[in-house]
Design a protein around this ligand. Structure first.
Ligand SMILES: CC(C)(COP(=O)(O)OP(=O)(O)OC[C@H]1O[C@@H](n2cnc3c(N)ncnc32)[C@H](O)[C@@H]1OP(=O)(O)O)[C@@H](O)C(=O)NCCC(=O)NCCS
Length: 150
């Protein structure tokens, strides 16, 4: 298990909530509006942050219902200065540990086909391509569906 980063589940009442929304706006390829974030149902959405030396450097958003064995990874993002350093893998390793403890056995995601860095990361941590969907996104960009068995 990772010993340097800190994994924190977050909710809208947390002090870091505005920061996560800011990171989403600045660094996520398809950020959500503040309204999208406000409408999040925390009965089945789980927001997780990653802290290094007291700084929040990334977050992930995952959905699953209590009792489900399948989760959907909606977002994972690291600030640019912390990429390509194995930090995303540390964060993912904590996430998978937490998911397994929550009874999750399989994770699905969709990613834009041109996002080769994210696809490279997902492949590295064991995700496999399920299928490509032409014009999956509203602007016509193709999507790649991927899954991982934990
Ligand atoms: C997705 C994200 C969390 C991954 O973290 P990261 O630190 O960049 O990932 P890593 O560097 O560990 O892994 C990326 C892999 O893709 C590879 N890669 C990078 N550019 C590539 C390219 N142009 N073609 C093919 N592979 C590429 C890297 O070589 C690396 O693999 P390696 O470590 O075996 O060399 C991070 O890039 C991020 O926050 N991106 C912006 C948000 C985002 O796009 N999220 C996903 C949306 S679905």
């Amino acid at each position: 298990m990772n010993t340097t980063g800190k994994f924190l589940p977050l909710g809208p009442l947390d002090l870091n909530w505005p920061l996560i929304l800011q990171l989403d706006q600045m660094y996520f390829p398809r950020p959500w509006s503040s309204n999208d974030w406000e409408l999040l149902d925390f009965s089945h959405h789980h927001l997780l942050s990653w802290e290094l030396e007291g700084q929040t450097v990334g977050f992930a958003l995952i959905s699953f219902l209590s009792g489900d064995d399948t989760a959907h990874l909606l977002k994972i993002c690291l600030v640019p200065g912390q990429r390509a350093r194995g930090i995303a893998q540390d964060f993912w390793s904590e996430i998978t540990h937490w998911l397994k403890g929550s009874g999750i056995e399989k994770v699905f995601l969709e990613v834009e086909e041109p996002n080769v860095r994210a696809i490279g990361f997902y492949q590295k941590v064991g995700f496999r391509e399920l299928r490509r969907v032409k014009g999956y996104y509203s602007d016509g960009v193709n999507g790649l569906m991927m899954s991982l068995t934990l």
